[in-house]
Structure formats: C-alpha cells, structure tokens
Write a protein that binds this ligand. Sequence first.
Ligand SMILES: Cc1cc2nc3c(=O)[nH]c(=O)nc-3n(C[C@H](O)[C@H](O)[C@H](O)COP(=O)(O)OP(=O)(O)OC[C@H]3O[C@@H](n4cnc5c(N)ncnc54)[C@H](O)[C@@H]3O)c2cc1C
Length: 348
Amino acid sequence: MASHQASADRRVAVIGAGMAGASASVALHNAGLSVTLFEKSRGASGRMSTRRTDQWQADHGAQYFTAKSPAFESEVQAWCHKGWAAAWPGRIAKLDFSKTSAPGKFEPTPPTPRFVGTPRMTSIVAAMVAPLALSTQTTITGAQRVKGQWRLSSKEHGDLPEAFDALIWAIPRPQLAPFEGLFPDSWQHTLDSIQFAPCWAVMAGFDRPLDLPFDGLFVGRSDDQQPGASPLSWVARTLSKPGRTGQETWTLHANRGFTQQHLNATPEAVAERLTQAFIALGAPTPAWTIAHRWLYALAESTSPLTTNHLWDESSQLGVCGDWLTSGRIEGAWQSGSQLAKQLLCSPR
Ligand SMILES: Cc1cc2nc3c(=O)[nH]c(=O)nc-3n(C[C@H](O)[C@H](O)[C@H](O)COP(=O)(O)OP(=O)(O)OC[C@H]3O[C@@H](n4cnc5c(N)ncnc54)[C@H](O)[C@@H]3O)c2cc1C
C-alpha cells in the first residue's frame, strides 16, 4: 500500500500523444504513477492519422503495421481482442519499374500478417489514452527544472500550473531541437545520427469502387527519380481495411525523391501529379483530391543505435519515439514501453 501511494505521488509529464507517448503513459499509469499527456493537435495518435468527414475517411499517415517481436505481437493480439485493431487481409502487390524481366507487372507480395486500427488508424492510440489525463491543443514550448521539479509552458496556455517529477519527450527528433539544451551531452551522438524524410500524401475520392487487382501497392523504389519513373511509393484502398465505411477513397504516398523535389510545391500541384500517376496504374479520374505534406514522416538512423530510448536519471528526463528504433509503429511502442520500464526502475 505504501509503495502504491509513493507511485501515485510521482507525477510524470509526457509530451506527444503518438504511439510512443501513449505506450509510455499507459505503462506508467498501470504502474500507479500520475501521468499527464500533452498533445499539440486536437486529438491523440500522431502519425497514425485518419482524415474523415461524414461521407468518407482515409488513413493518410501510417498505413498498417506488422508485429515482429513477441512482446508487440501479444500487445497487438490484445488490441485485436478489444476491437481496437484487426488484421488487414488486403491484396498487397508490388510494382517495380526497374525490373527488366517483367517491367510494370503487379506481383503479389509474400503473405505477411498486417494490422490496422479499427475502425480507423487513430483508434488504437485514442483507446489507449482514454483513461489518462490528456491535454490536447497544448503545444509545449518550454521546460525548466526548478527545485527538482519540471515546470512547463505552452503556446496556448502560457505557464502551466502543475509541477512534475519526471518529464518524457515523445515527439519527432527535429521537433526536439528547441529543447536540446536540457539534454546531457551523452545523448548528442544518438540525436545527431537521426534523419527524418518528408512525405506527400494524397487522399483521392471516387464515385464508385475501383476495379484494380490490388488493395495496397508498393510502387517502384523509394528513391526512384529515373525519367518516367512513377512519383508514387504506395497506394491503398481505404474500404479494403476492416471497419471502414463510406465513399471509395484511396491514399497515395509520394516517394522520397519526388517529395524532396516538390517539398514546397502547392498541394494542388502535388495532388495533380500523384493522381496522374495513379491513373497510369489503371485508376479513373477521382471526384476530388486532398494533399497533405508530412514534414517529419519517416525516420532513419545514419549509424546503428545502441538504445531504443534515452533516460537521464539525475534530471528525471527521458526521450522515446519511433526514430530511436525502427521508424515504425512497432518501434514507437517498444521505445515508449522500454522507457517507462527504465523510469520505474529509476529512483527519483
Ligand atoms: C506517410 C507515413 C506513412 C507511414 N507508414 C507507416 C506504415 O505503413 N507502418 C508503420 O509501422 N509506420 C508507418 N509510419 C510511421 C509511423 O506512423 C510512426 O513510426 C509512428 O506513428 C510514430 O509514433 P511516435 O509516437 O514516435 O511519433 P508521432 O506519431 O509523430 O507522435 C508525436 C506526437 O507529438 C506531438 N507533438 C510534437 N511536438 C509537440 C509539442 N511541442 N507539444 C505537444 N505535442 C507535440 C505531435 O502532434 C504528435 O501527435 C508512417 C508515417 C507516415 C508519416
């Protein structure tokens, strides 16, 4: 009993309500700590994102996830059991223009269990954080350690009244830049080895279901900039994913080379270019399109990382995120849960 009260007295602020922040927060909350989650957007889920109206929806960030480690596999099974996620039995193909043997031919990919949030990609994180104290539309702009406690300020609300014993950052590496002065020197090498690539995404709506031989398609190589190469890296049909309803929509992702070259193009110009590329794959002209630019989309490390989270015991400061591991949803979950474990083992 005494140790439970001691845990509840320990207040932790988690900044960023994507998968990493959610996974850290849930683990700390389940261990009895008092957790407050701060998120700059209107809702939780970060890059596991869905755009929707009354008529349609489209996952325009992360498309699906796989589960490779036993720990994540059992977590995903629990989500499926609770109805937050489900297997996506979509017909997933690939099209490699660089192949000389059968250029431009759709080839099925090897069967791999792929999962999605249900009824939409945002559902998992939204359900995970539902029991927690979540402060949305709160962009943390300042953090200071005063007399052994963390004090925060935000763009929307100025100085926040609460004080915290520990602080966790769960945001993309580039967005940590203003706060690096708080970090120990020993983290610098890891921070310096991370790169983020942007990604243009287009959501396209159609008046009727498309008759294409795939529900998801990997297109070409991610850096393909050969003349005539497709600007697409991936397309997927929303209604092939479990739990989705409404109008026929497809998500089109641009490849890395196209996105870099057209980073500052207008959304309309990007939508037109990616739509034309989709039409070249056999799609009809869509009824409408919306383009979204992910400035910090896909993380990678220039050198092997030795840890999937960062923790400094003396200042009770931690960092987690997909970029400290695989750059994917499984990695984000692992990073957050491992950081929570380390914090729980770390005396105040
Ligand atoms: C286009 C695209 C396609 C992808 N496809 C896949 C895929 O198919 N499979 C896969 O596994 N992964 C995919 N990913 C990657 C996957 O989305 C990420 O690995 C995962 O969602 C990252 O979770 P995270 O919690 O680390 O970060 P995020 O999801 O980025 O969460 C960080 C959160 O912090 C918030 N935030 C940032 N700064 C502040 C601040 N100062 N104050 C308060 N809040 C702040 C942000 O609003 C955000 O909600 C894709 C990503 C993109 C963009």
